[in-house]
Design a protein around this ligand. Structure first.
Ligand code: CTP
Length: 218
C-alpha cells in the first residue's frame, strides 16, 4: 500500500519571530510511518516541525503552517491508498501576520484569529476519492461521542481516538492508548502500549480495511 501520513504540530505565524502552535511531538505519526515501512509499504510523511529524525525510506515533506500542510496533502493524496492524518493542525491562525516584530506598547493586546482549513474534512468529502481517510481525535472528555461525531462530520473511514487528558498517554508521551472507531459503529480498543506497538496494530487495521474496500469494488 501507499500511505500519506501527516504528523506533528503546525505553526501559525504572528510576526517574524512569534507563532501559535501546540504540544504535539509527532511521535505517533512517525511511529505509524516506521511501522508502515517495516510492513513493506510506501510512505509519504508530511510533517510539521518536530525533533525526530524522519524515517530513512519515506518520502519526507517538511511543512510549517496549516496552509503548507494543506497544499502538500492535496499534492500527494491521489497517489495514495490511505491518508492518515495524525497531525495536530492549528484550528485558528492570526487574521493578519505582521511583517515586522510587534513592539511592546500597551498593557494588553488582542490578536484576531481566523479558522484554518480543515484538511481532514476537505479530504473526507472529496467526491471522487479512491483512498481511505483516517482521522485522529484528541479528546479530553466525552471521547466516544466526540470521536463518532468527527467520524461522521468529516466523512472518514476510521477515527482513532485518544484521551489527552492524562500525562502518561497521548501528547508528548512515548505511550498511548487508543480506540479505533469504524463507520459501521464497531470499535476496537488498543490498550496502553508504546507508540511503536500501537502503530503496528494500526497499520494492520488499515491493511485489512483496504483489502475489504478492494474486495467490495471488484
Ligand atoms: N484536522 C485537520 N485540519 C484542521 C484541524 C484538524 O486535518 N485544520 C484533523 C487532524 O489531523 C485530526 C482530526 O482533524 O486527524 C481531528 O483533530 P482534532 O483537533 O481532534 O479535532 P478538530 O476537528 O480540530 O475539532 P475540535 O478542536 O473541536 O476537537
Amino acid at each position: 500500500m501507499k500511505f500519506l501520513i501527516t504528523a506533528g504540530p503546525t505553526r501559525e505565524p504572528i510576526d517574524p519571530v512569534r507563532y501559535i502552535s501546540n504540544r504535539s511531538s509527532g511521535k505517533m505519526g512517525y511511529a505509524i510511518a516506521e511501522a508502515a515501512l517495516d510492513a513493506g509499504h510506501q510512505v509519504i510523511l508530511i510533517s510539521g516541525p518536530v525533533n525526530i529524525e524522519p524515517p530513512q525510506n519515506a518520502k519526507f515533506v517538511s511543512v510549517s503552517t496549516s496552509d503548507e500542510m494543506f497544499d502538500a496533502v492535496r499534492r500527494h493524496a491521489d497517489k495514495c491508498d490511505a491518508c492518515v492524518l495524525c497531525a495536530a493542525v492549528a484550528d485558528y491562525k492570526p487574521a493578519a501576520v505582521s511583517p515586522t516584530k510587534i513592539k511592546k506598547r500597551n498593557e494588553t493586546i488582542s490578536l484576531e484569529l481566523i479558522r484554518t482549513r480543515d484538511i481532514l474534512d476537505l479530504l473526507g468529502h472529496r467526491q471522487d476519492r479512491q483512498f481511505l481517510v483516517v482521522g485522529f481525535a484528541a479528546e479530553t472528555n466525552d471521547l466516544e461521542q466526540n470521536a463518532m461525531q468527527k467520524l461522521r462530520d468529516k466523512n472518514c473511514d476510521l477515527m482513532i481516538a485518544n484521551d489527552v487528558s492524562s500525562t502518561n498517554s497521548g501528547m508528548e508521551s512515548d505511550a498511548n492508548e487508543v480506540t479505533v472507531f469504524f463507520k459501521n459503529g464497531e470499535r476496537q480498543k488498543i490498550s496502553r502500549a508504546p507508540k511503536e506497538i500501537i502503530a503496528r496494530e494500526l497499520v494492520k487495521i488499515f491493511q485489512v480495511l483496504q483489502q475489504k474496500c478492494l474486495t467490495k469494488k471488484m
